[in-house]
Design a binder for this molecule. Structure first.
Ligand code: ATP
Ligand code: MG
Length: 453
């Protein structure tokens, strides 16, 4: 199409009167104004069938040659998919279909013209590689498959807020530019902060713990930044973390909360997104009962029967866990303290049923990981709220307590006992929608190879 001849119209006073879902047989003979982009077009010579797509779905527009100027008709015939139109027209019954309607345009405005053919189909599951799709992510996100995923993501976010609000958690925001590492050493992005070095926060951990002093129960939904050097299907450099922290409870109470939160989310998706689930061809995991809770030590013992090389203290590979549990939510609890960050509380001597002295390397912690098959969704624990214990733990982990002065000083004013968890939003979506790649649960994924778009 010659761009010099066809110009784009201003939006001007044109405003939508109906979304696609608001037009039905009850609107027959009504005049409507619809706007959207062309998702597909069929050319029958003197008649064009244009599928116009808006936020909610598609409408069929029937453009007849004899009813438009031949210039305009030819222009629309030549428009490529993704071009945007504003149409004033009349709703009529759709021939060959009793319960549907279509739009006969009286006036058409061309609001935006796509100059290039779409590099991938708008409808079907894409056949091109993920990198090609991510390079043009905004267009990729128009595909049905991703539309369904992100509509469900929207339900997930809303239901998380709903759950925490109903349970008296206060939504907070903590700094994302920070002076020191949360968990020590690895995986931080350094940034320039005026004349100093600073870092992007890898977690809101210390801030959310402090905020339990002021608000008791807090939650945050925000990005975390991790310099993950490996290329995996489940790690992003920037991910959204759902963090919760609560005073006067321990790790078991927070496991109860997490379990109820997951139930709430799944129930909400089932009621709000039945259509999307059907179109994706999946059903959500069945979770009528409470999640299995297995101690780390029992799990290792169980696995050693078939995997002799596994040692107590090792991380356990996703594949082995998936083989054992399949697609199921479960908790691995009471991890070796040596595998957990400095702020995680150890199980105290009194709590060990044997009552015997536990040497350092065998110490357990009041901690849990929520898993779905082999995928870690969340880590949580009871936190240390005693200052000297916290400092001692920092030393054990090789951290410089001076760097944490800003944090340690609040412990002089009685930090209450507290516990919490961090839940990866994209991991959760990946798990329940059975996505192969975490990138498809992210609008604009960041990883070691990708910093644009
Ligand atoms: P993993 O061992 O899977 O790398 P982790 O134990 O380092 O995760 P935590 O520090 O426990 O992660 O963070 C809490 C949750 O945040 C994780 O259970 C996961 O759901 C999510 N998460 C952590 N790192 C990433 C990441 N790089 N990309 C996406 N989600 C992440
Ligand atoms: Mg973890």
């Amino acid at each position: 199409m010659d761009e010099k001849i066809v110009h784009e119209d201003d939006l001007g006073n044109l405003r939508r009167s109906h979304y696609s879902f608001q037009i039905s047989r009850s609107n027959i003979d009504e005049s409507v104004v619809i706007v959207g982009w062309i998702s597909s077009k069929r050319d029958h010579g003197n008649v064009l069938f244009v599928q116009l797509r808006d936020q909610f779905g598609e409408m069929q527009v029937v453009v007849k040659k004899k009813e438009l100027s031949s210039d305009l008709f030819n222009t629309i015939r030549n428009l490529k998919e993704h071009s945007s139109l504003g149409i004033t027209g009349v709703v009529v019954e759709q021939k060959n279909s009793l319960d549907q309607v279509e739009i006969i345009p009286k006036e058409i405005k061309i609001l935006s013209i796509s100059n290039k053919p779409a590099p991938f189909l708008t409808q079907a599951v894409s056949s091109v590689g993920i990198d090609t799709r991510l390079d043009l992510r905004a267009i990729d996100l128009r595909r049905n498959h991703l539309q369904y995923i992100f509509k469900i993501r929207n339900t997930v976010i809303n239901s998380i807020r709903e759950y925490f609000n109903e349970n008296y958690f206060v939504e907070v925001n903590t700094p994302k530019m920070i002076a020191t590492a949360t968990e020590g050493g690895a995986a931080l992005f350094p940034i320039f902060y005026y004349d100093r070095e600073a870092f992007l926060a890898q977690s809101p951990q210390l801030y959310k713990e402090q905020l339990t002093m002021a608000f008791e129960s807090v939650f945050e939904i925000a990005p975390i930044f991790r310099a993950e050097p490996s290329r995996t299907n489940r790690h992003l450099s920037e991910a959204i973390s759902v963090d919760a922290e609560k005073a006067y409870v321990d790790y078991r109470d927070m496991m109860d909360h997490l379990e109820k939160l997951i139930h709430h989310i799944i129930n909400k998706i089932n009621t709000k997104n039945a259509n999307e689930l059907e179109n994706l061809g999946i059903s959500l995991p069945q979770i009528n009962n409470s999640f299995t809770r297995i101690t780390y030590s029992d799990l290792v013992r169980k696995l050693q029967a078939n995997h002799k090389y596994i040692r107590w203290g090792d991380d356990i590979s996703p594949k082995i866990l998936k083989d054992l549990f399949g697609d199921e939510f479960f908790f691995i609890i009471e991890w070796p303290a040596s595998t957990k960050p400095f702020y995680v509380k150890s199980i105290t001597e009194d709590d060990y049923s044997a009552g015997k002295d536990i040497d350092e390397k065998n110490r357990l912690s009041e901690s849990f990981d929520l898993m779905f098959g082999g995928l870690e969704l969340s880590s949580g624990s009871t936190r240390i709220n005693n200052k000297s214990m916290l400092m001692e733990n920092m030393k054990k982990k090789g951290l410089n307590d001076k760097a944490f002065d800003y944090h340690l000083r609040v412990f002089d004013y009685a930090v209450p006992p507290h516990a919490g968890f961090g839940l990866g939003l994209e991991r959760l979506i990946m798990a329940i929608l059975r996505l192969d790649n975490i990138r498809d649960a992210t609008f604009y994924p960041r990883d070691i190879d990708r910093l644009t778009p």
